[in-house]
Design a protein around this ligand. Structure first.
Ligand code: GLN
Length: 248
């Protein structure tokens, strides 16, 4: 069998990229290349169409409301149906903050304008209005990892929108410190099939290497079967993770 390669689509890399979200792509590349796994990256921007069969992993980051509005329109016109199809085929999706909101059923802006979402996650997000306190700060959440252990996920969040999950989505993690989905029900992020949505920037994957490897292994499994991910030197990543656990 030919050496496996991870085919990654990065949606709206310029419009949806805050608080280091692009670092997730750099992290995936490094963790693949360190193991001799190919890494093929395609940027898809406004107007570009997405072939649901062409990718193993789709990533989109966060944005302010202004960028989000334009992206919401383009997403529905050119990509939402294809991303939905890809997710139904068990392609991995990682959507952070603004993208997480847009991949739900709807996002109500602080102005009250309601943007329809791509409907991948069964959730709705509402921004309570311009005067409302934003959910800002360092976040620690507890994630039930696929190996049965509970692991911490660390990072940074900054959002006005409050997200509530419907019965078709389950939370990614439980908030230990911070706000997560809405600051009230203790949930953070959402999972549907192999799609993960989260409020965690920071960047997310470099500081949470177990989650990064989970995404890589899941994404490769569809086309290549079980691919053993050789251990790599994560001392720096784990130190960053430990330091983030202590942040206030
Ligand atoms: N505009 C959204 C909000 O403030 C998302 C912000 C973000 O992606 N960081 O709720």
């Amino acid at each position: 069998m030919s050496a496996p390669a991870l085919r990654v689509a990065h949606l709206y890399p310029r419009l949806m990229n805050i608080y280091g979200d692009r670092g997730n792509i750099m992290c995936l590349r490094r963790r693949c290349e360190a193991r001799g796994i190919g890494f093929e990256l395609t940027d898809l921007s406004t107007g570009d169409r997405l072939d649901p069969a062409a990718f193993d992993l789709i990533f989109a980051g966060g944005a302010q409301d202004r960028e989000q509005r334009g992206v919401a329109e383009d997403l529905l016109a050119t990509k939402a149906a294809a991303v939905r199809e890809a997710v139904e085929r068990d392609v991995v999706l990682l959507a952070v903050c603004g993208a997480y909101q847009l991949f739900g059923r709807s996002y109500r802006e602080s102005t009250g304008v309601e943007l329809p979402g791509a409907g991948i996650f069964d959730l709705r997000t509402e921004h309570p209005g311009p005067g409302a306190k934003r959910c800002i700060g360092n976040i620690v959440a507890e994630w039930g990892a696929p190996d049965g252990t509970t692991r911490t996920i660390v990072g940074f969040e900054n959002h006005g929108g409050r997200t509530r999950l419907g019965p078709g989505a389950r939370p990614l993690a439980r908030v230990r410190r911070g706000f997560g989905n809405n600051g009230e029900d203790g949930t953070e992020g959402a999972v549907y099939r192999n799609a993960i949505g989260t409020y965690i920037h920071g960047s997310l994957l470099p500081k949470n290497p177990a989650l990064a490897d989970h995404l890589i292994a899941t994404a490769l499994r569809r086309r290549h079967g079980e691919v053993a991910l050789a251990p790599i030197d994560d001392r720096a990543e784990l130190r960053a993770h430990e330091a983030a656990l202590r942040l206030r």
